[in-house]
Ligand binder design. Sequence first.
Ligand SMILES: [Zn+2]
Ligand SMILES: [Zn+2]
Length: 147
Amino acid sequence: MTASDKPQIELSAGCACGAVTLSVKGRVRSMLLCSCEDCQRATGTGHSTVALVRTGNVAVTGPAASFARPAHSGATLTRWFCPTCGTPLYARSSRAPELLMLPVGLFGSNATWFAPSQLIFARSHHAWDSLPEAIAQHATYRNPEST
Ligand SMILES: [Zn+2]
Ligand SMILES: [Zn+2]
């Protein structure tokens, strides 16, 4: 997928209780699924669905709370969520602070543009968790140098 194939989005989404709103305007940099155990725990499912966008393309209003933990790469991964209803809002790695990871489910019915090209952390993927056919799979990060 070349850069010009990646979707240009202009969307707003809110948490379940409405306290926090996220507005995104810009081109999606990357779309992926992640089966790391942290994502499994954070989502309650077999993998997370992530769209990477530039940090400057996202505006957040409302009192988002955060939790930071060490990631597999040695970087610090911070996840933001609504402190009232717990809806996951976005995440960021200290290794790539210019990018935000957006949980695609946040956009509800406005997520038809999402087309994941790869699964990362396939090493902890479960057989019961169905995947798109023929999606590229990487045992950990696709590129350990840049993630
Ligand atoms: Zn909320
Ligand atoms: Zn993950």
